[in-house]
Design a protein around this ligand. Structure first.
Ligand code: GLY
Ligand code: MN
Ligand code: MN
Length: 470
């Protein structure tokens, strides 16, 4: 089992310094609060905001980081005997200050109830970021005397907030060495989870068996889920959260499962394997079409390459493969223009990856889209989450798919432009394929790329070999 990786405090000091250098005024970054499930004391597990984790590295519920006049001050709950009884003791604030590098930096850690006085001294003229929960939004709004949006995903109307968001994006788009170590750690444990999932698959079992086996690997290594795990024989339901279906001979199982490290860094991996252990000839043929498109798209990942072009490489690869199988007839450029790719691949080729599985999407398309670029209005392309030139240090996913979605294939508005060039009589032979997606995490290097998730088998013979040795 891969050993846990802990980021040294000097990295957090360096990240805070780098942010200070980009700021034009004071900013406050809240960790957030865990929402309650049903009654107040029964809370969901706490996951701090990614911006806070990037700068502090520790999920301190209710805490907030104030950066003002070149100084970093963390405001957090001080030790409390009541807390010690129920949840275990909290460290003293000066211990936190040393542990998290604030003391080294000439910064400070202070009790949360002194935050209001500090903000008043700044005239409450302070920028902030969208929060991840409504309670934090209300709390922050009261502190700053203005409304603060929760999980905006939208336009940031306050100029101070927008400029802080841009500063965070400038830092978080390209991962430092310690972030890369975290991503590798998340990838390697998640890879082991996928191998365990393949081994736990058998006809007569249930999706739940596979789900449980995969999560067990993550939890034993100290990882939580980076997103809701998808383990389904209905791969055509893109983000299915049902894990209750039986596993039948002849089914393909799609698992989109990734863990996040205790410091919050994500992996995002999808593999598809046959429940029986052997792909049928039709499953194998379509799987190889998706795999070839994925390999071509990964090959296109390099500095300077526009990510939209990587998306286009995958679309072209998919349509070329479907022409080879006879599912489409005609010439590839024309088929692409008529929407052939999105009939079977109705989403984008991937997204930024980092502390969030869709990194910085809490800031809407501000992180994913270069200034001046906006989303396409075309079906399929509209779901492309990233349209920037790739740069060394970025991490992205590459995740093409092939899905037979009844709502799309039965919609004349989608299929009409293809006419008889979509050969339904050929497609009907591939009824044992509902959904295939193959997803890897790829880091852009100075000269090309590194596939962080290459330890998970994906060639047909490799997958079948793992399953033969269950
Ligand atoms: N796991 C969600 C995604 O692949 O984007
Ligand atoms: Mn993904
Ligand atoms: Mn995924």
């Amino acid at each position: 089992m891969t050993a846990a990786i802990v980021t040294p405090k000097a990295t957090f000091v360096a990240r805070r310094r780098a942010l200070h250098a980009k700021l034009s005024g004071p900013v406050l970054i809240a960790a957030g609060e865990a929402p309650s499930r049903n009654y107040a004391a029964n809370r969901y597990p706490f996951r701090a905001s990614s911006h806070f984790l990037y700068l502090v590295g520790r999920p301190l519920s209710g805490a907030a980081l104030l950066l003002a006049n070149g100084r970093s001050v963390l405001f957090t709950h001080p030790p409390d005997p009541e807390d010690a009884l129920w949840h275990g003791p909290r460290p003293a604030l000066d211990a936190v200050s040393h542990e998290l590098g604030f003391a080294d930096e000439g910064g400070d850690v202070r009790p949360l109830d002194s935050l209001d006085a500090a903000l008043a001294a700044l005239g409450r003229d302070v920028g902030t970021l969208p929060t991840q929960d409504g309670a934090s939004s209300t709390w922050l709004g009261e502190r700053l005397g203005r409304s603060v949006v929760a999980r905006s995903g939208a336009r940031l109307t306050d100029a101070r907030d927008a400029s802080l968001a841009d500063a965070m994006i400038a830092l978080r788009l390209r991962h430092d060495d310690e972030a890369v170590a975290q991503l590798r750690f998340a990838a390697s444990v998640s890879a082991e989870a996928h191998l365990a999932g393949m081994r736990a698959t058998a006809p007569g079992g249930s999706e739940r068996d596979v789900h449980a086996a995969m999560l067990a690997v993550l939890r034993r290594a100290g990882l939580e889920d980076a997103y809701g795990p998808i383990v389904t024989v209905h791969g055509e339901v893109l983000h299915s959260d049902d894990h209750s279906q039986p596993l039948r001979d002849g089914d393909l199982l799609l698992a989109d499962v990734g863990g996040e490290t205790p410091e919050g860094w994500a992996a995002d991996i999808t593999r598809v394997w046959p429940v029986s252990g052997r792909f049928s000839p039709t499953q194998c043929a379509l799987y190889d079409v998706v795999l070839e498109a994925q390999l071509a798209a990964i090959d296109a990942v390099r500095p300077g390459r526009r990510y939209r072009e990587v998306h286009d490489v995958a679309k072209r690869g998919l349509v070329e493969g479907l022409v080879r199988l006879g599912i489409f007839r005609g010439e590839v450029d024309g088929l692409l223009e008529r929407g052939a790719a999105s009939l079977f691949f109705p989403h984008g080729i991937g997204h930024l990856l980092g502390l969030d599985v869709h990194d910085m999407e809490d800031l809407g398309d501000r992180a994913g889209y270069a200034p001046g670029r906006t989303r396409s209005a075309t079906f399929g392309d509209a779901f492309l989450r990233l349209d920037r030139e790739l740069e060394p240090g970025m991490a992205v996913t590459i995740e093409p798919g092939f899905y037979q979605v009844p709502g799309i294939l039965g919609d004349p508005a989608r299929t009409g432009p293809l006419g008889d060039d979509l050969r339904r009589e050929v497609l009907a032979r591939y009824a044992d394929v509902r959904g295939i997606r193959i997803e890897d995490d790829v880091r852009v290097t100075d000269s090309g790329h590194e596939v962080l998730t290459e330890a998970v088998p994906k060639r047909v013979d490799e997958v079948e070999a793992v399953m033969r040795n269950r």
